[in-house]
Design a protein around this ligand. Sequence first.
Ligand SMILES: Nc1ncnc2c1ncn2[C@@H]1O[C@H](COP(=O)(O)OP(=O)(O)OP(=O)(O)O)[C@@H](O)[C@H]1O
Ligand SMILES: [Mg+2]
Length: 386
Amino acid sequence: MFHTKKLLLLGSGELGKEVILEAQRLGVETIAVDRYADAPAMHVADRSYVIDMLDKQALRALIVREKPDLIVPEIEAIATAELVKLEEEGFTIIPTARAAQLTMDREGIRRLAAETLGLPTAKYRFADTYDEFAEAARAMGFPCVVKPLMSSSGKGQSVCRSEADLAESWRIAMEGGRVQQGRVIVEEFIRFESEITLLTVRTAQGTQFCPPIGHIQQGGDYIESWQPHEMTASQLEESRRIALAITDALGGVGLFGVELFLAEDKVYFSEVSPRPHDTGLVTLVSQNLSEFALHVRAILGLPIPEIKLASPGASRPLKALEAWDDYRLSGAAEALAVPDTQLRVFGKPVTKPGRRMAVALAAADTVLEARSRAAEALGKLKLERD
Ligand SMILES: Nc1ncnc2c1ncn2[C@@H]1O[C@H](COP(=O)(O)OP(=O)(O)OP(=O)(O)O)[C@@H](O)[C@H]1O
Ligand SMILES: [Mg+2]
């Protein structure tokens, strides 16, 4: 048996696919799990399973059967209370079962950051009914941001600009939540100048930060990211202070994506992923070790050298506009003809509106040039119905 360890990945998207590839390079046996077949990470894992990861019995049965050394959540929608029990029984959850549980919904992590740690965040209130929500929005003032407690990639999220938007924001939140549950968070709208992800790696040896990644979001989902992001020394210092506090509180080993808003005179904590971050795909071309390689080294307890910027870089995801059961991606040759450009094609079985299908990555001497190359490469890619 040549495998050093057995890793079970819960959620098998494009980020998980890169994690599996890195783990395999180090001799790890890999198992990919998701709720649908042919998910990206399943294409490269040793074996895979299709289960409902929110079903605690199904989750437990699989874990007890496979007995992995490492259980690595790749998504938030998992029966995390069961992970807590499994951890108590001796299984290793990355970074910790509590981190998975706290970040599963917006309430756990927001209360930890703002109330327990006293980190600066947007003002917020939670609401369970329409009336509570309307009252919370009025108290917050307009515009405010409304999000279901459990959702990602902007699903169910809206900016409520006035009294007249209340009903529509509530409807969007109710339809976009991951689980049928009425609770929402209403947040003060932050007029930030830019937003960043500070990738933070925790190991037994200490914590390291990657150079900051700037990004642009549209409809709550990222459409462009670049590294490094230009910011002042005091903004960087404050960002690191916040990232260290939140990752120390979550504990365990692994890479975290700390999302921050940079306003004129203040840095706000937004949220944190206890795992590689989508905006960090850029690190596949911009760092000496990508966020995926760093995550795998950290969770295997392998040495992590000083994290270095290899080159300024940028990323641009390709998103589907329609739902197609059969599709083709064309334009790869033209995209890769752009200097210092790479592609990651995720191989998702079907398209859906807004679904991320591939990413164009570019390196260059400057961030500006990298961003323009990534944009040019993305412009060459086309999804076609098959
Ligand atoms: N309070 C706020 N004020 C201004 N903009 C906000 C606020 N909250 C969120 N946004 C914007 O919406 C984006 C998505 O928000 P958030 O990260 O909370 O949602 P998400 O669905 O969890 O996203 P993901 O899981 O993809 O990171 C943010 O990156 C930011 O651009
Ligand atoms: Mg986010």
